[in-house]
Design a protein around this ligand. Structure first.
Ligand SMILES: [Zn+2]
Length: 113
């Protein structure tokens, strides 16, 4: 079994609270071929969240059978901050989608502002 869940901390909403981005990795880090899948970067686009939840179960079964030859990264909720701003299917505030508070080495958060 190679499945690993990586929890990347995000900025907290208030002191004493926590938020994180969950990343699922299957296979060996750096192995090829590599696939990256994410859902919900726009928090109001719900179908992808459901699809990746089902895919995670299938990937766990494939992983247990040793059937993942490369590396697969799955981020099933790519915008947990945006999800937290929805209540009963409605945005809690007007305005553009919030930007993720994480970035890469090449593109830090807010680099495109
Ligand atoms: Zn979208």
């Amino acid at each position: 079994m190679t499945h690993e869940v990586i929890r990347i901390p995000l900025m907290a909403m208030s002191p004493g609270t926590e938020r994180s981005l969950l990343v699922h990795r299957f296979g060996a880090s750096g192995a090829r071929p590599k696939a990256y899948l994410q859902a919900g970067i726009h928090a109001d686009e719900i179908p992808g969240l459901l699809v990746l939840q089902h895919l995670l179960g299938q990937l766990m079964a494939a992983d247990a059978a040793g059937d993942i030859p490369g590396e697969i990264i799955v981020v099933p909720f790519a915008n947990p901050i945006g999800l937290g701003q929805r209540f009963r299917g409605q945005d809690r505030q007007d305005g553009p989608d919030p930007k993720p508070l994480i970035g890469s080495i090449d593109e830090p958060p807010g680099a495109d502002d």
